[in-house]
Ligand binder design. Structure first.
Ligand SMILES: [Zn+2]
Length: 416
């Protein structure tokens, strides 16, 4: 019987969320904000304090630590547990004041610092699962930061459990905390050799029991339109304004399909995210998403054709299309190592939960790790309404996630 106390994880979590670690999409530095290191340094100190003597941080804000294996078996793969220290730029993470609703009674929770912010069971039905147990919210002016400080707290709690229960057998357990996940830079400066893990799990998911082993494949595309420029006073029948052509390209996109606002589940999309330019030259930025790499290719071809058809109507102008890879669906990699997700399912069940297998309409650090040699699905922590002032988390979900981590290490040891 493995038991981790919700109150203990809650206390830890509430300490971590009070540290502002918002990342910055406009920074090219690593980490994108220095303040993320405040939490990284604290985590290192706490790991050292519980006896994990090899815990280190680096100049980029990563934390690495290993709990050495204690099993007689020598062939157990090293398993990494990873979460990110930063919070999303979408919502303030400054001066977060977490509130612990120790026995949630089902009534509306009015957040005290802005009473227009009300958490209601009707809008957040998952709250019903947490009646009479602990729920943590922010105070109304900020996000909570459960994404992903719940993952940090879960991993730290599991680490403490291993240090206090040496009779529980496991192989090498690798702990990794990353900066800048929310701005797509979570794996940019990671040292996979230093990490030295064969398989990994991110703790960065929602409802209790959920396991995500599939993400989007993602590219960024750029359309550049070259217009024809003259003095505006003498432009008749000569000038062709690139900004207007760019507008026409946006207008030519389908209205009822092929966009984030019209798709769900396994459907892909293209999504304009930026427009820049002057009369002479304009660029449109898109993100392109699909679960299949072949689907991405179809999206690129279709988008390019739409742009070319529009530009063809304007003599003397031209268009260029380019794209870069952002990340790829982890499923392709994970299918080669079916035990990684299978053991996670078993661990979730041993923790007394029902497995909910899901695919993410987005990416995780694990998408990139999976292609960097460390297959890495995503495990729940319980986080809800992320990136918003109504973000909340149930404390029993965090405790169950920590128990899942412990079971998972035990399963890897048993099966090796
Ligand atoms: Zn996250």
């Amino acid at each position: 019987m493995i038991y981790i106390s919700p109150d203990s994880v809650a206390e830890r979590f509430m300490r971590y969320v009070q540290i502002d670690t918002q990342s910055d999409p406009n920074s090219t530095a690593h980490p994108t904000t220095e303040k993320q290191k405040d939490l990284s340094k604290l985590l290192k100190r706490e790991l050292l304090a519980i006896g994990i003597t090899n815990a280190v941080t680096d100049e980029y804000g990563y934390v690495y630590a290993t709990i050495p294996g204690n099993s007689d078996k020598k062939n157990i793969p090293a398993i990494c547990f990873c979460s990110h220290v930063d919070t999303a730029p979408d919502c303030s993470g400054y001066n977060v004041k977490p509130i612990y609703h120790r026995y949630y009674d089902g009534n509306d929770i009015v957040l005290p610092d802005d009473n227009t912010q009300v958490l209601r069971m009707s809008a957040s039905p998952y709250l019903e699962e947490h009646l009479n147990s602990g729920v943590i919210t922010a105070s109304g002016l900020t996000l909570l930061g459960a994404d992903d400080k719940s993952g940090v707290a879960v991993i730290m709690e599991a680490a403490l459990f291993f240090m206090q229960n040496p009779s529980v057998k496991h192989g090498d357990v690798k702990i990794l905390f990353t900066p800048d996940e929310e701005v797509g830079q979570g794996t940019a400066k990671v040292d996979m050799k230093k990490l030295g893990a064969q398989f990994g799990y991110t703790l960065d998911g929602g409802e209790a029991g959920s396991l995500e082993d599939e993400t989007f494949s993602a590219d960024a595309a750029t359309i550049t339109v070259n217009g024809v420029i003259t003095h505006p006073g003498y432009a008749k029948n000569k000038m062709v304004n690139a900004l207007k052509i760019a507008g026409a390209i946006l207008d030519a996109l389908p209205k009822n399909e092929w966009s984030p606002e019209t798709t769900e589940k396994k459907q892909g999309f293209v999504h304009p995210v930026g427009m820049n330019g002057i009369a002479e030259k304009a660029t449109l930025q898109f993100i392109v998403r699909d679960f299949e790499d072949e689907g991405l290719e179809l999206h690129h071809n279709r988008l390019k054709k739409i742009a070319e058809d529009v530009v063809a109507k304007y003599p003397g102008t031209s268009v260029e299309y380019s794209f870069v890879e952002q990340y790829r669906n982890m499923k392709k990699v994970l299918d080669k190592f079916p035990q990684v997700a299978a053991y996670a399912e078993e661990a979730i069940q041993r923790a007394g939960l029902v497995v909910k297998k899901e695919s993410i309409r987005g990416g995780t650090d694990g998408s990139r790790f999976s292609y960097m040699g460390m297959p890495c699905p995503n495990i729940f922590t319980g986080m809800q309404n992320i990136h918003s002032k109504l973000e909340w988390i149930g404390t029993k979900d965090m405790a169950k996630a920590a128990e899942t981590v412990v079971h998972l290490c035990m399963i890897w040891e048993e099966r090796s």
